[in-house]
Design a protein around this ligand. Structure first.
Ligand code: 13P
Ligand code: SF4
Length: 311
């Protein structure tokens, strides 16, 4: 029974005792973002995980992110507060099916979104995140044929922006798929002149209304620099916490789903991590990410390509 515990103080104590670093994604609950050593997007969190000299990485995000930390920092203990924190994009792309897709297109390279399993990373040539995809794709010769998975909306966005014809795996993020164009247009009408910032995991009917399209860290940068006083945010709404901390005088509104509010756009996987589970994970050093060394080395190659090409 944890009800009498001061979880924040206990997490502080264990963080020191374990020499742990707490990394959190922008989609985590505000109380977790507030106590993290670092809050960031997928690329920044990968870099932090690769660079840290902590003994333990407590990863407050989803499983593919914690796995990435383990791939880059194998000597560290990597814990994830809830091992069921998955991702609909990862689920859409079983490695055996992805291997068949690759085999059907032997003259294509596989450019793959980081939101996938270690096994799919191992089958890929270059990993991208939403903040590194544009820099990376612009370094690949136009004559090079590409398959892109698992997010068809990010892939479609890149195809349109860079005039490419990458073959797309049909995966989607259930969170970004849930925004409603009709409700977004109603909201824009209520806030004339308010810009829209959208994540490229959104479908085209949302991205087409956006003034800015980019990763979570890109959206946060945009929020810090746009000249108006109200911003409509078309990504998982927990990122608004950072905007409100940085710019308390401005108004940030989460883009709506079909029910007219942004609650259906909370990522159910990210939401599985809680203060209680973070405390228990630091106390018991589990759930822990373990990985077969052969798989880790194979997945590492495509991640290293990303880190080289993104810098
Ligand atoms: P970024 O933070 O890299 O933009 O990724 C968003 C996301 O959906 C992570 O699951
Ligand atoms: Fe996956 Fe979407 Fe959740 Fe990100 S927001 S973890 S892409 S389901």
């Amino acid at each position: 029974n944890l009800s009498g515990l001061d979880l924040r103080a206990e997490i502080e104590r264990l963080r020191k005792e374990r020499n742990a670093v707490i990394l959190a994604h922008y989609y985590q609950k505000p109380e977790i973002q507030d106590l993290a050593d670092f809050v960031g997007d997928s690329l920044e969190l990968s870099r932090k995980a690769a660079d840290t000299d902590a003994d333990v990485i407590a990863f407050c995000g989803v499983k593919f992110m914690a796995e990435t930390a383990k791939i880059l920092s194998p000597q560290k203990t990597v814990i994830l507060p809830d091992m069921d924190a998955g991702c609909s994009l990862e689920d859409s792309c079983p490695p055996e099916q992805f291997a068949r897709f690759r085999a059907q297109h032997p003259d294509h390279i596989a450019l793959t979104y980081i939101n996938c399993s270690a096994a799919v990373k191992a089958l890929s040539d270059i990993i991208v995140t939403s903040s590194s995809a544009e820099t990376i794709i612009s370094q690949i010769p136009e004559s090079q044929k590409i398959i892109f998975g698992p997010d068809r909306h990010l892939g479609g966005y890149l195809n349109r922006k860079f005039g490419r014809d990458m073959l797309l795996w049909p995966g989607v993020c259930i969170v970004h798929e849930a925004f409603s164009e009709t409700e977004l247009l109603k909201l824009k009408a209520q806030h004339p002149g308010a810009p829209v910032a959208a994540h490229p995991e959104c479908p085209p009917h949302i991205v087409d209304h956006a003034d800015y399209v980019g990763s979570t860290s890109g959206i946060l940068q945009f929020a810090k620099s746009f000249p108006g006083d109200t911003l409509i945010v078309a990504t998982e709404p927990h990122i608004i916490h950072q905007m409100e901390l940085a710019l308390p005088e401005k108004t940030f509104i989460g883009a709506p789903g079909a029910d007219g509010n942004c609650n259906c756009n909370i990522c159910p996987y990210m939401a599985l991590n809680t203060m209680e589970k973070l405390y228990l994970a630091l106390r018991d050093l589990k759930p822990r990410i373990e990985m077969d060394e052969e798989l880790r080395l194979a997945a590492r190659k495509s991640l290293d390509r990303m880190l080289e090409m993104a810098s």
